[in-house]
Design a protein around this ligand. Sequence first.
Ligand code: NAI
Ligand code: A1CAB
Length: 292
Amino acid sequence: MSERIAIIGGGKIGEALLAGLINAGKPVKDLVVVERSTTRAAEIADDYGVRVTQDGRDAAESAQVVFLAVKPDAVESVLRDLARADDDGETERITVSLVAGIPTSRYEAALPAGSPVIRVMPNTPMLVNEAMSAISGGRYADEEQVEVAVRLMESVGRVMVVPEKQMDAVTAISGSGPAYFFLLVEALTDAGVGLGLTRAQALELATQTIKGAGALLSESGATPVELRAAVTSPGGTTAAALREFERYGLRHAVNEAARAAAEFSKQAARRVDVEGSRAGISTAAERAEDDH
Ligand SMILES: NC(=O)C1=CN([C@@H]2O[C@H](COP(=O)(O)OP(=O)(O)OC[C@H]3O[C@@H](n4cnc5c(N)ncnc54)[C@H](O)[C@@H]3O)[C@@H](O)[C@H]2O)C=CC1
Ligand SMILES: O=C(O)[C@@H]1CCC=N1
């Protein structure tokens, strides 16, 4: 089935999804992007030849699957547009959120009763069809609807279906994860420059090394421990380096970093409420209270 797709938010992850879907053969005519910033909208339209609009309701009405790729604090206003969008009468519209930390129950409370909502945590390698995406169906999403999301995300990378309670952990590992590896490449490049390589040389060495190590890990079937042992010649250079990583607490730093990311994700909904009430915006929960 070639469903029509709306992507609300044409920022980093919205663009990665758009590019990944187009690379995977999705016809541009089946895609529409909703982007609030006019500069960004023009960039997306020029780079991908896709329709870009500021009208979320209109875009949703023309789509069977609506992806939300805005920051958590913009979710409520997007949901207000989506709640007013009519169905096309043929198929039930599926709302797929890529937003970190906001549970499906939030969307379900704001959308018409029984709307199917699916939560996805992708990552930016989606831009080159190498995403790792985790998927959880909300309470009204049936198996077929989850399968639609799985199929779309599989076209841009790998997919793991998880219970929603694992989403904060997933976000800390694969959602934010690319940034950790880029930081490591940055640091390794700087180290190479410190050892007398040119920056270009050091960057190429580090980049191909992370790419090769990733390929080896995913294709060899060996564990990271086995692969590391294979690099570590007895009494050699790698052992000298690994000793320093351990001395400076790399494992501890990684553990603390992941815990911080997961906690930040867990607190996202509460943060949005606090910031919203400071700005005088009522939350879905408060509006539901007012209605009673
Ligand atoms: N960047 C990443 O690697 C990942 C991001 N995410 C999630 O994706 C969401 C977006 O993140 P980024 O793309 O990094 O942020 P971003 O700031 O690059 O993109 C957000 C875009 O949404 C637009 N926008 C804001 N309000 C809007 C509205 N009402 N209608 C239409 N467009 C609107 C902004 O102009 C901006 O271009 C976040 O919720 C984040 O948690 C999830 C996985 C990975
Ligand atoms: O930094 C963030 O909040 C988003 C979610 C996962 C990756 N980027």
